[in-house]
Design a protein around this ligand. Structure first.
Ligand code: ATR
Length: 284
């Protein structure tokens, strides 16, 4: 009976166990597969992973703060994992640890249409932004990065061979008319809105610059809508929130482990049922 888990620290807030358990049930695999949460502090990560195959685990999702370490300990990191420098999905077999990053295809799958040939703006330069920018560039979007700390913008843009938004331009608000896809991969909005447009201001965005031409993805989600999502909706943009990306990255992981097609709508419903209970989050 193969076991699966999400490994994080802390991990109590994670919606992955209920989402995957609901999916396994719907797939008729509940008697065979199980999915649990494991709280593992950073200094124990390597030791715990090494013991998982013996404990009957076939794979694991890895979330904050272990995504970088998951890449480092992998015997077989995928091309995406090597490019992004982080993994969120481990598979065990034959004495080896394979690592994949399903945050990247999860983001692309959550978009209403392919971003190929479209212009995309990624806000942020941390791990989430890295995965988003790589994923969008990989499928043929033209990607720009903006980050509060410009030094990191330049570093990430040159590593991923995408374009930095120059600081002169950021004295003013970001000019959204230049882009079709906008992804918030910063932590702004986590823990709820600070009110009076403070979150939009932190991201150098004008509330009235969103239009129906935009697809706006906010990787942050919580019990209530983020300021960014509210403004984007009000402007007529198509909005994707972090829950959909969570569902899609989870589905991509489950597809890899079980070699079966996961029930996306069941996974969405499992997440929705927890609305109001969970705190704001950013990832699995
Ligand atoms: P993750 O790995 O989840 O992406 P992270 O590496 O801590 O998290 O990155 C957080 C991102 O949110 C960074 O891009 C950070 O900008 P800086 O590089 O300037 O720190 C961004 N961020 C956090 N708080 C912010 C704020 N108040 N305004 C603008 N950007 C912010």
């Amino acid at each position: 009976m193969p076991r699966l888990a999400v490994i994080g620290h802390p991990v109590g807030h994670s919606l992955s166990p209920q989402m995957h358990t609901a999916a396994l049930r719907e797939m008729g695999l509940a008697g065979e597969w199980s999915y649990e949460a494991l709280d593992v502090p950073p200094d124990e990560f390597r030791r715990v992973i090494a013991g998982l195959p013996e404990g009957g685990f076939a794979g694991a999702n890895v979330t904050i703060p272990h995504k970088r370490a998951a890449f480092e300990i992998a015997d077989d990191p995928s091309e995406a994992v090597r490019a992004i420098g982080a993994a969120n999905t481990l598979s065990f077999g034959g004495g080896r640890v394979a690592a994949e990053n399903t945050d990247a295809p999860g983001l692309i799958a959550s978009l209403p249409e392919s971003p190929k040939g479209h212009r995309a703006l990624v806000l942020g330069a941390g791990g989430a932004a890295r995965a988003a920018a790589w994923a969008l560039a990989d499928v043929g979007a033209a990607v720009w990065i903006w980050n509060r700390t410009h030094r990191k913008t330049e570093q990430l843009a040159s590593e991923l061979r995408v374009r930095p938004v120059e600081p002169e331009a950021t004295h003013r608000s970001l000019q959204l008319g230049r882009y079709e896809v906008i992804v918030n991969a910063t932590s702004v909005g986590l823990g709820g809105s600070r009110g009076e447009g403070a979150d939009l201001k932190a991201l150098h965005l004008d509330a009235d610059s969103f239009t129906e031409r935009h697809v706006v993805v906010d990787l942050v989600y919580g019990a209530s809508e983020t300021e960014l999502v509210r403004a984007a909706r009000a402007g007529g943009a198509k909005v994707v929130d972090g829950r959909e990306v969570l569902v899609r990255q989870g589905a991509a992981s489950l597809r890899m482990w079980t070699k079966r097609e996961p029930p996306i709508e069941t996974m969405r419903q499992a997440i929705r049922q927890s609305d109001g209970r969970e705190e704001a989050s950013h990832g699995a």
